[in-house]
Ligand binder design. Structure first.
Ligand code: NDP
Ligand code: 2IT
Length: 449
């Protein structure tokens, strides 16, 4: 991927000079800027208003200490962040990630992606992201609770239902959101929709748990139908990860008739030629918080392989990377292409490296970028905010129907934007352009901020 427009080249160079040690953020900026050339050329007023200079700089980024006591009474200290990147179209919105790899570069890349993703949903949400290098693995419930309370004690200064509304991401699910919500409520003496992904007994939305995975499949189904007059039915499908996104992507894929043969975690992957049995996976991952290799103890005909990247050597027609960033590199893409993959759609955020994406596009593989394909999670978070504001809740069927309609709309807006700017079939360009246009118009209307 490269940038030819002189204004955009200058912007990218400025970001490189400012943050040379933020590779994930630089990748995300390159990926967006390299596709916005035709829009910038059509709108010279954006350069005059310094729009891109403002777009690549977070409105606010906070870093803070989270001190907590472990079960042995020892004090532990973690580092946490909240990046409030852009509020042109609504309050900051985006998940919180708890993983030892978390640093400012990763949170900035995720927050930057979130701006365009949230814009694509059609709902009024700005872009933000946060997290900490705390590792939830192996921690007791009591340790998780003390960490979350300490984290929220500081985070609560910066968020609010009309300011910034966090949610889950890697390492943050219903348990963590519950503890975070409880602490916010206690500190503020206020019962509000300050977080999404809440439990169903305290303001959560039906279908939010399933939303990212289900939404991914609604997107893929529409993409296949419009672009290939085909469907996911009977397609051999490889899914990576075994967390929230992967499990519900697999569930909806199976409902639609696909044959899901893999899942993984950071240690390795399972291959079940008969199709993954999700009830067993849910028991291992959601109930016991175990490892994916435990699957083969219960399904002896399945295989477990050490090393998570080996998953991309499994022949398939549909590949859905749903674990983490940069989990699928150029050589993995080449393997998938050689094995006849037809569709690659990102459930995770930037799981494919930039050269892997370029390889898919060159080979004519249908490629759907995460900011479009995985937007169902945040879209349903938007629906949760809406229900909280109304002090009302919709049925599962109502939420699922809205989620479905939003994903179908995202596909068409993305597809049509690519076409309008002479890049038919390039959904990466289409998603960036469609997401960006709304942000740009809102920023222009609001003046130099
Ligand atoms: P979970 O924590 O539920 O699951 C994460 C999964 O990815 C686990 O199987 C984990 O394995 C694996 N994983 C994490 N880090 C690595 C790594 N460094 N190498 C290999 N595997 C890894 O998270 P989610 O399912 O919620 O998130 C998955 C992806 O989807 C992320 O990119 C997230 O940003 C994105 N996403 C999430 C949304 C949501 O609503 N939750 C919405 C949109 C996107 P292990 O247990 O070994 O760490
Ligand atoms: O990456 C994402 O879109 C999420 N982790 C979900 C964010 C949200 O606010 O629901």
């Amino acid at each position: 991927m490269s940038i030819h427009n002189p204004y955009l080249q200058k912007i990218y160079q400025q970001v490189c000079d400012r943050d040379p040690n933020q590779p994930e953020f630089l990748n995300a900026v390159m990926e967006v800027l390299s596709t916005l050339e035709p829009v910038i050329e059509r709108h010279p007023e954006y350069e005059a208003a310094g729009l891109m200079e403002r777009l690549v700089e977070p409105e606010r980024a906070v870093q803070f200490r989270v001190a907590w006591q472990d079960d042995q009474g020892k004090t532990q200290v973690n580092r946490a962040f909240r990046v409030q990147f852009n509020s042109a179209i609504g309050p900051y919105k985006g998940g919180l990630r708890l993983h030892p790899s978390v640093n400012l570069s990763i949170i900035k890349f995720l927050a930057f992606e979130q701006i365009f993703k949230n814009s694509l949903t059609g709902l009024p949400m700005g872009g933000g992201k946060g997290g900490s290098d705390f590792d939830p693995k192996g921690k007791s419930d009591a340790e998780i609770m003390r960490f979350c309370q300490s984290f929220m004690t500081e985070l609560s200064r910066y968020i609010g239902p009309e300011t910034d509304v966090p949610a889950g991401d890697i390492g943050v699910g219903a348990r963590e959101i519950g503890y975070l919500f409880g602490q916010y409520k206690r500190l503020r003496n206020e019962y509000s929709g300050v977080l999404t992904g809440k439990g169903l007994t305290f303001g959560g939305s039906l279908v939010r748990t399933q939303a990212t995975g289900y939404g991914l499949l609604y997107f893929v189904q529409e993409m296949l139908s419009v672009m290939k007059n085909d469907s996911v039915k009977d397609k051999i499908t490889v899914i990576s990860g075994s967390g929230n996104v992967a499990i519900y992507a697999a569930e909806k894929a199976q409902e639609l008739g696909a044959k899901v043969v893999t899942l993984s975690d950071s240690n390795g992957y399972i291959y079940d030629k008969n199709g993954i049995q999700l009830d067993i996976v849910k028991q291992i991952k959601e109930v016991r918080r175990g490892r994916i290799r435990e699957y083969v103890e219960q399904v002896p005909t399945a295989e477990y392989h050490e090393g998570s990247r080996g998953i991309w050597r499994v022949p398939c027609e549909i590949a859905l990377p749903c674990a983490t960033q940069n989990e699928l590199l150029l050589e993995d893409a080449e393997k998938l292409i050689a094995n006849g993959v037809k569709v690659v759609a990102e459930g995770a955020n930037m799981p494919c490296s930039l050269d892997a994406v370029a390889a898919f596009q060159k080979a004519g593989v249908l490629y759907a970028p995460g900011k479009a394909a995985n937007a169902g999670g945040v879209a349903t978070s938007g629906l949760e905010m809406c229900q909280n504001a109304m002090k009302y809740s919709w049925s599962a069927q109502e939420v699922d129907q809205k989620l479905h309609d939003i994903m179908v709309n995202i596909f068409h807006n993305t597809y049509n934007a690519a076409k309008e700017y002479g890049k038919e079939g390039n959904l990466l360009a289409g998603a960036n352009i469609a997401g960006f246009e709304k942000i740009a118009q809102a920023m222009m209307a609001q003046g130099v901020l």
